[in-house]
Design a protein around this ligand. Structure first.
Ligand code: NAI
Ligand code: 2OP
Length: 308
C-alpha cells in the first residue's frame, strides 16, 4: 500500500515540501490549511505536474482533517514565519496557539502517525506537540538540525570550492542563535575542516550558519527560508518511510542523554520506521558540552513561558 503523508500548513514550507516529496514519489500527499482554497489549488496544481514528472504521488489539498485520516507521517508547518527584525522566539505565543489547534485534530485522524514539527520556535513547538499528543518520544521529531547542517555544508563547499557531496557537517542544540555547529565533526571527503581552513575562517562560517535563517529573512523581507527547510523535511520523511536507519541531527526529547532531561534539543538521531530509533551520543569536548547546555537553557526558558 502506498504511504500517506499529511502536511499541515500549505504556505511556503508546506507546499515546497509537498513538491520535493511528490517529485521523489515518496508518498501520496495531503496538504491542509486553515485558509480555504489555497491547499486545494496548490494540491491540484502539483498533481497536474505528475504526468510530466512521471511520478505517481497523488496530491490533494483540503481544509477537512477527515481527508488526512491514517497518515503515516504528519508534518506540521502551520504558523507564522518571522519578518526582518524578529527572532524565532517572537513567534512563540502565536504558534503555540496554532499548535494547540492543530495537534489534537491531527492525532484524532491519524492516531498512529509520526509527527515532524517544523513551526518555530522549533524546539519549543516540538515539546508542545509532544505534550499535547501524548505520543511516545520516538514519534515526535523536530526539524532543524538537517537544515542548519546543510547551511554549514553549503558554506564550507562555497569556501573551499568543493562539491557539496564531499561535505558532511553536524549542528546540534536548539534552532536559534545558540545553536552549536561542530567543526570537529565536519569533514570534506573525511578530512576534518579544521585541517583545511584556519580558525578565523571556521569561526566565520560557524557564525554565518548561526545567522543563516536571518540572512534569508533579510533578503526576502516578507517571510523566511523554505527551499532548504523543505528539502530537510523531505530527507527526514524519506529516512522514516524507507526505514533507512539514517543518522541525522534532529530535535528529540532527551531523557538524560548529553546530561539533558525532559527537553527537546537537537542531537544526532537514527531515523527509521519507528521514527527516532536511537539518540546517538558522541563525545563532546568541555567547550562543546557547555555550548550545548547553554543552548538547552535557551530552549528551557521558552518552554517555561508556555508551560509545556
Ligand atoms: P507561511 O506563512 O508561508 O505558511 C504558514 C501556513 O500555515 C499558512 O498557509 C497559514 O494559513 C497556515 N496556518 C496558520 N494557522 C493554521 C492552522 N491553525 N491550521 C492550519 N494551517 C494554518 O510560513 P512558512 O514560511 O511556510 O513557515 C511556516 C513555519 O515554519 C513558521 O513558523 C516558520 O518560522 C517555520 N520554519 C521553521 C524552520 C525550521 O528549521 N524548523 C524552517 C523554515 C520555517
Ligand atoms: C530558518 O532557519 C526560519 O527557522 C527558519 O530559516
Amino acid at each position: 500500500m502506498r504511504k500517506k503523508v499529511t502536511i499541515v500548513g500549505s504556505g511556503n514550507v508546506g507546499a515546497t515540501t509537498a513538491h520535493w516529496m511528490a517529485s521523489k514519489e515518496l508518498a501520496d500527499v495531503v496538504l491542509i490549511d486553515i485558509v480555504e482554497g489555497i491547499p486545494q489549488g496548490k494540491g491540484l496544481d502539483l498533481y497536474q505536474a505528475m504526468p510530466i514528472e512521471k511520478r505517481d504521488s497523488f496530491v490533494i489539498g483540503t481544509n477537512d482533517y477527515g481527508d488526512t485520516a491514517n497518515s503515516d507521517i504528519v508534518v506540521i508547518t502551520a504558523g507564522i514565519p518571522r519578518k526582518p527584525g524578529m527572532s524565532r522566539d517572537d513567534l512563540l505565543n502565536t504558534n503555540y496557539k496554532i499548535m494547540q489547534d492543530v495537534v489534537g485534530k491531527v492525532i484524532a485522524a491519524s492516531p498512529n502517525c509520526i509527527l515532524i514539527i517544523v513551526s518555530n520556535p522549533l524546539d519549543a513547538m516540538a515539546q508542545a506537540a509532544f505534550k499535547i499528543s501524548g505520543f511516545s518520544r520516538n514519534r515526535v521529531i523536530g526539524m532543524a538540525g538537517v537544515l542548519d547542517s546543510a547551511r554549514f555544508r553549503a558554506f564550507i563547499a562555497m569556501e573551499l570550492k568543493v562539491s557539496v557531496e564531499n561535505v558532511t557537517a553536524f549542528v546540534l542544540g536548539g534552532h536559534g542563535d545558540t545553536m552549536v555547529p561542530l567543526p570537529r565533526y565536519s569533514t570534506v571527503a573525511g578530512i576534518p575542516i579544521t585541517e583545511l581552513m584556519d580558525q578565523a575562517t571556521v569561526d566565520r562560517l560557524v557564525q554565518r550558519t548561526r545567522d543563516g535563517g536571518a540572512e534569508i529573512v533579510k533578503y526576502l523581507k516578507t517571510g523566511s527560508a523554505y527551499y532548504a527547510p523543505a528539502a530537510a523535511v523531505t530527507e527526514m520523511v524519506e529516512a522514516i518511510l524507507k526505514d533507512k536507519k539514517k543518522i541525522l541531527p534532529c530535535a528529540a526529547y532527551l531523557q538524560g542523554e548529553y546530561g539533558i532531561n525532559g527537553l527537546f534539543v537537537g542531537v544526532p538521531c537514527k531515523l527509521g520506521a519507528r521514527g527516532v530509533e536511537d539518540v546517538i551520543q558522541i563525545k563532546l569536548s568541555a567547550a562543546e558540552q557547555s555550548a550545548l547546555e547553554n543552548s538547552a537553557g535557551a530552549v528551557k526558558e521558552l518552554v517555561a513561558v508556555i508551560g509545556v
